[in-house]
Design a protein around this ligand. Sequence first.
Ligand SMILES: [Zn+2]
Length: 479
Amino acid sequence: MKNIVRVIAAILVLLIIVVVVKTISNKPSLQKGDVSLEELPSNAITHMSEAIQIATETPNDDYAFDTATFMAYRKFIEKNYPLITQKLPRTIIDSFNYIYEWKGTDTSLLPMVLMAHYDVVPVEASAVKLWHAKPYGGEVKENYIWGRGVLDDKSSMISILEAAEAQLAKGFTPKQTILLCFGADEESSGKGATAMVKYFKSKSQKFDLVVDEGGEISTESNPSIHNPIASIGVGEKGYVTLVLTAQKAGGHSSIPASKTAIDILSTAIAKVNQNPMPTKLTAPIKAYLESISAYNESFMQKMALSNLWLFESTVVNKLTEDPQSNALVRTTLVPTVFNSGVRDNVIPTFATAYINSRILPGQSSKDVYDYVQKTINDTNIKITYYKNYMTEPSPTTDVNSKYYKRLEKVIRNIVKDVVVAPMLMVGATDSRNYREISEGVVNFTPITDAKGYHGIDERMLVSDFQKCVNFYTLLIKGE
Ligand SMILES: [Zn+2]
């Protein structure tokens, strides 16, 4: 008996030693880059301001598409980026999506794609009075450029154009062919990007690195980490909506049956709410935790993150406490629509609810369906897929790949002491389509202070704009 106690004690001591050594030896490896940023091209801010003033609002349906505005935006590009217009052949896909081709000196290399979209979400009429600048004024004040679309995603498009125009002016030719791909409907259907990828596939075109909007730089995501964290999107969650329908003979509300369609459906929704899908630590999130672990100034947190082999479930449980991080470790399920009833004195025959789900890589819409069906376990509920929009989780870009490493290097060169980490995108972007023809799709723009996405007071720091132009310049120059 004594021997067993001794053996257990020895194992415990050994375990503690391993955990502590792993924690202490996990040291930051910041490579301070050359962070002296190049000045913005002289007219860059004026161009950004003009771009905002052309209200390229995404329509709710194709018929409401404001052709004149999108044509004005095309003229704006042609006028302000004359070298791009003259020297880079443009292909127009489905009216307003553009591909500019910048031929490289080594055509044996796969091309790189720099992507952006220039449509913007509408400004709510009732919210205009809450803005501290005109939504489509393109004002520059308090070190910010203000207006709808300045972040999402004219920041990327104008920065790409500025960087390319400046390099063309210097007579630069890239080694690798570069395609500049600009979409006109990312905020609505995303059909433009789909059509562009279809066009590339028809030419059997494959790509090297593909850079689109998505990840950013955060300075406050974790109170125990004081370095800025640059999150590179390496994959996107899937999207599916299930339609739940309960049917039960209705009738007069004066003689109700024990369970109505509303009761049955409410019970089903409550069951789904009480039984979230199990957590799962996917490769990108595991790599994220490992990437940030060395910079954590709380010993306990650092110890847990440096020893995921032992503390994985504790860490994952902690992540589920916050809605944002919870969405990174599980396929989420949430009711978004609940419909039933027509009059206060009529028991309805039908009750319908939608459950929207964002699916983790490695799972599928079928897994979601099966899980919800099993959880509800009620033959009175019919479950179908909502057909309007549905997409499986995207493949993910490997954090050890040359694509990820290249982006990491560029980011470290423009942001001092930055920690670079992969991230899973919970929303969809145009770049998802490109994953079919590239293994190197990444989502990132070096924005440190993103305020007002899709909301009021959308604005961008002038210094962030400068970082964005520098970011694309380094990518174009292959540095
Ligand atoms: Zn966007």
